[in-house]
Design a protein around this ligand. Structure first.
Ligand code: ZN
Ligand code: FE
Ligand code: FE
Ligand code: ZN
Length: 273
């Protein structure tokens, strides 16, 4: 049987998930996953998350890193990797770079950083709390803006893996034009930036009802030689390992023969599909 891993897991510290690190690791053990990466949201600037419901508060980062470290020692049967999910914020690239550099140098710091685009000019387009904002937007333009931002993020050198590559489709909004051109640009950017992409099963649980990325985009990534990993983006322990077989099947159908488990900066373990 193919080895099961989950490279994208949150904890209750981010303000919109439930469960402690220990509960997530126990869930992974129960499902016989061989490895997981705990990737809670790096604290956001206060103006983007004033009530702290999108990312963990700054003062919890140390405790978070210590907790993942403890879990790794206490659960020898599942490989626990310390990670973070960080937002790509174009007007704060230097700060993000400095923060991640400092964190990566710590003995208990993140080995893997997922890069995400959740904001377009301050609008958290994937946050159900501000879903109504979509009604006043030009969907075609949102898609173009999203992918332009995503490509910049992939090339930025900040991240090891680009999370949920076509998150912009979360609520089912689709462009009126053929998105293929955007997909090819995304594949080129991921290749240029030497990042992995995540095949995320979270989309299966959202209104869009499909993997991120969808089959057309995943094929472009494969054709461009972009390596892939898989994650559930679990926000509760019951979601750990969710839909992995579906992700593996989609990867095989797109042409992938293996996935990679990132374990450190530019260091991965190969898992045949
Ligand atoms: Zn989250
Ligand atoms: Fe995300
Ligand atoms: Fe996430
Ligand atoms: Zn996420």
């Amino acid at each position: 049987m193919t080895e099961l891993i989950d490279a994208h897991i949150h904890t209750e510290r981010c303000g919109h998930a439930t469960g402690t690190v220990d509960e997530y690791v126990a869930a992974a053990e129960a499902q016989c996953l061989s490895a997981i990466i705990i990737t809670d949201h790096l604290p956001l600037p206060l103006e983007l998350d004033p009530d702290r419901h999108l990312a963990m508060p700054d003062d919890q980062l140390d405790a978070y890193l210590a907790e993942v470290e403890d879990a790794r020692e206490e659960h020898p049967t599942v490989g626990v990797v310390t990670g973070l999910e960080a937002d790509y914020l174009p007007d704060r690239i230097d700060q993000t770079r400095a923060t991640l550099r400092e964190l990566r140098r710590r003995a208990d710091g993140p080995r893997v950083v997922l890069g995400s685009v959740h904001f377009l000019d301050g609008w958290a387009f994937d946050d159900p709390a501000v879903l109504a904002e979509w009604d006043s937007r030009d969907v075609d333009q949102v898609w173009r803006d999203y992918f332009a931002r995503w490509c910049d993020a992939a090339r930025s050198g900040l991240f090891d893996v680009m999370a949920h590559p076509d998150l912009v489709k979360k609520f089912g909004h689709r462009p009126s034009f053929d998105a293929r051109e955007l997909y090819q640009e995304a594949a080129k950017a991921a290749s240029d930036g030497n990042v992995l992409i995540e095949v995320s099963t979270a989309g299966l649980r959202k209104p869009v009802g499909e993997l991120y990325p969808g089959p057309d985009l995943l094929r472009e990534f494969c054709a461009a030689g972009v390596e892939a990993t898989v994650g559930s983006d679990a926000h509760s322990p019951s979601e750990v390992g969710f839909g992995l077989e579906i992700a593996y099947t989609a990867l095989r159908e797109a042409g992938y023969r293996y996935i990679l488990l990132p374990v450190a900066r530019r260091e991965q373990r190969m898992i045949p599909l």
